[in-house]
Design a protein around this ligand. Structure first.
Ligand code: GLP
Length: 241
């Protein structure tokens, strides 16, 4: 694991941008796995600036998002589809038809998961961006999700729902389920970049990097991936030796 510890959250975004820039320059038709949550927002801002400076382009890029809330229409302001349009897709030169996000309002959710898996099999992810939950989840793969899991419907832990309540008016509004890429899907990416910010993530990062490789900390499986870059601010890195 290549671990980069940055002095500020802005530096985390800049370091992340460098990794994306190198990827997009070396392979303009990259398949990128993308994440939502508060951690990637500044990085997405840097990517938008990079496109404006004509340093990077998404014209030939295809993207797959990690997850989407169940029961949430892509037009809902808190859907991850809406998040991605707002924070990235609407401001870069990507063809929206080349962006993939699970459909949280599919009538047959299992069929939707299968379709996502099949589409992923046809488009090998070159680089996957990840955040990490305070309980060690990656995507929405909560503790004790099988390392062999592929895209599936997840029942969210109450701790995850309360971590995410900041995006909603009340806990009742936070969905109880999501569709998430599985851990096996994530591990297939050629390269993984994980970004984390703030003290709240410090223990999860310690467990992910130094803990046993165990399903109690989904992120710990990354110890077995051959190409992982972890970009952290000093608070998130505070428990790492
Ligand atoms: C969310 C998302 C994850 C994200 C994580 C951290 O629940 N499903 O993909 O990485 O939790 O979110 P944040 O960056 O807001 O702390």
């Amino acid at each position: 694991m290549n671990i980069i510890i940055c002095k500020s959250v802005h530096d985390v975004a800049l370091q992340g941008y460098e990794v994306f820039k190198n990827q997009l320059i070396s392979k303009p038709h990259s398949v990128l796995g993308l994440a939502t949550g508060s951690s990637p927002i500044l990085l997405y801002e840097e990517l938008i600036k990079g496109v404006k400076r004509q340093e990077v382009s998404f014209k030939e890029v295809r993207t797959f998002n990690l997850d989407e809330y169940v029961g949430m229409d892509g037009q809902h302001s808190q859907s991850y589809a809406s998040f991605m349009r707002h924070h990235l897709f609407n401001q870069i030169d990507i063809d929206i038809n080349n962006t993939h996000i699970p459909n949280g309002i599919a009538i047959d959710l299992n069929a939707e998961c299968e379709l996502y898996n099949t589409t992923l099999e046809h488009h090998h992810i070159d680089m996957q961006l990840l955040g990490i939950g305070s309980n060690g989840h990656i995507g929405f793969n909560e503790p004790y999700t099988s390392f062999d899991s592929v895209t599936h419907v997840v029942k969210l832990k109450e701790s995850t729902r309360s971590d995410n309540v900041v995006f909603f008016n009340s806990i009742e509004e936070v969905p109880t389920h999501a569709i998430s890429m599985g851990i096996a899907n994530i591990m297939k990416a050629k390269k993984i970049v994980l970004i984390a910010i703030g003290k709240k993530k410090a223990q999860a990062l310690y467990n992910m990097i130094h803990g046993p490789i165990h399903e109690s900390c989904p992120g710990s499986i990354l110890q077995t991936h051959p190409d992982v870059t972890i970009i952290l601010d000093e608070e998130a890195a505070s428990k790492i030796q």
